[in-house]
Design a protein around this ligand. Structure first.
Ligand code: CP3
Length: 356
């Protein structure tokens, strides 16, 4: 029997993001932007106000689909990313989660094995996360035919850093302390998040996500052996299992600030594309990372605030550096609330009019 997930239907094969992920070098790279649905857009702020707060927006399928679509309508990006948050998985596992306006997320903390054992089993996450799957279903109906729908989850290490500290931390010190001082509990936590992430991404794919991305925002604070064990290995496990369940689904991995760790990350984990932050130059990444396959990135998001000729020059530099191989244009990290929507339009115009 033919599986709709694996069949390379001609219509989807034409989507530029899927072509780049399959390894094709395109004359113009497809483009989308991390946090493209976000506070820099007045229409996002209006819908968030309508929802009440950020988490209510995440769990309201109609409004979450609406904010996902807003940047597609305004700019015609080649991909839409599901509107949700990586911290919904800890919440679904039983952690308390709330957002403090102007500060960021807060969670109940986990510091030992008793805390890990008090979490719900991975199989219990879907009650909480059902509205997210509904958002994906709405989007797969409503997105323009040429737009690719990207689902996502946080990587186990990054999610664990928030579950252990109960908030964002500049150096992830509480998580590093736990992995050194309570390695068994730490490993059990990583295993639980890994299992939940596999099930969560699978459900997004079943609901209509065409690509999934794994965000490891704090991968850069893992060094040497710890990077292999807690950034590379969980990504490899998740990707292997997703590919077994959903052959043909492309996966983007984002081990942010991995530096030298970017080299070989795609082949080692099975990711179809490695997303790059802007702490590496595009020329370096073309030589050392794009040689293995598709890359995504990596314009500094500060250009979306400052704009002007420097934005045009930096955008052209990224496109030029990657134009001989498969590339998806993106920022090196999420767009910030102080960005000017006009600068986003200028970036897109620059990418789409560039000729090598
Ligand atoms: O990219 C997108 O447009 C899709 C939706 C998305 C959000 N968060 C919405 C969001 C995605 C993919 C994320 C990922 C995410 N969330 C990460 C990994 C990527 C990264 O940025 O490093 C992390 C670490 C989080 C956790 C998180 N969520 C933090 C630390 C914060 C507070 C910081 C901030 O920017 O305010 C959030 C809030 C959040 N997630 C917002 C959005 C649009 C802003 C909340 C608001 O509207 O008030």
């Amino acid at each position: 029997m033919e599986c709709p997930m694996t069949a390379a239907a001609p219509a989807t094969a034409q989507k530029t993001i899927l072509r780049a992920l399959a390894g094709e070098t395109l004359p113009t790279p497809p483009i989308w932007m991390m946090r493209q649905a976000g506070r820099y857009l007045p229409e996002y702020r209006a819908t968030r106000a309508q929802a009440g707060d950020f988490l209510s927006l995440c769990y309201n399928p109609e409004l979450a689909a609406e904010v996902t679509l807003q940047p597609i309508r305004r700019y015609g990006f080649d991909a839409a990313i599901l509107f949700a948050d990586i911290l919904l998985v800890p919440q679904a596992l039983g952690a308390d989660l709330w957002f403090v306006t102007g500060e960021g997320p807060r969670l109940s903390t986990i510091t030992n094995m008793a805390g890990v054992e008090a979490l719900k089993p991975a199989s219990a996450i879907h009650d909480t996360l059902a509205p997210v799957y509904e958002t994906v279903k709405i989007l797969s109906r409503e997105l323009p035919q040429e737009t690719t729908l990207i689902g996502f989850a946080g990587a186990p290490w990054t999610v664990a850093t928030y579950m252990i500290a109960g908030r964002g931390t500049p150096d992830q010190a509480p998580a590093h302390a736990m992995r050194e001082q309570a390695p068994e509990a730490f490993d059990a936590l990583i295993a639980r998040i890994t299992e939940a992430t596999i099930d969560y991404l699978s459900m997004q794919i079943e609901a209509g996500a065409e690509v999934v991305k794994i965000f490891d925002s704090w991968a850069g604070s893992l060094k040497g052996e710890a990077f292999q064990r807690y950034a590379l290995e969980p990504a490899r496990k998740i990707i292997t299992e997703i590919k077994a369940r959903h052959p043909g689904i492309p996966i983007i991995a984002f081990p942010r600030e991995a530096g030298e760790g970017y080299i070989g990350f795609g082949p080692a984990t099975g990711a179809d594309c490695v997303a790059l932050d802007n702490s590496v130059t595009p020329e370096w990444a073309a030589e050392h990372v794009q040689k293995d396959g598709c890359v995504q990135g990596n314009l500094a998001s500060s250009h979306m605030v400052s704009g002007g000729p420097a934005l045009v020059e930096a955008t052209e530099r990224v496109v030029r550096a990657f134009h001989k191989g498969p590339h998806i244009f993106n920022l090196g990290h999420g767009i910030t609330p102080d960005a000017d929507p006009e600068n986003v339009a200028l970036m897109i115009e620059t990418v789409r009019s560039f000729r090598a």
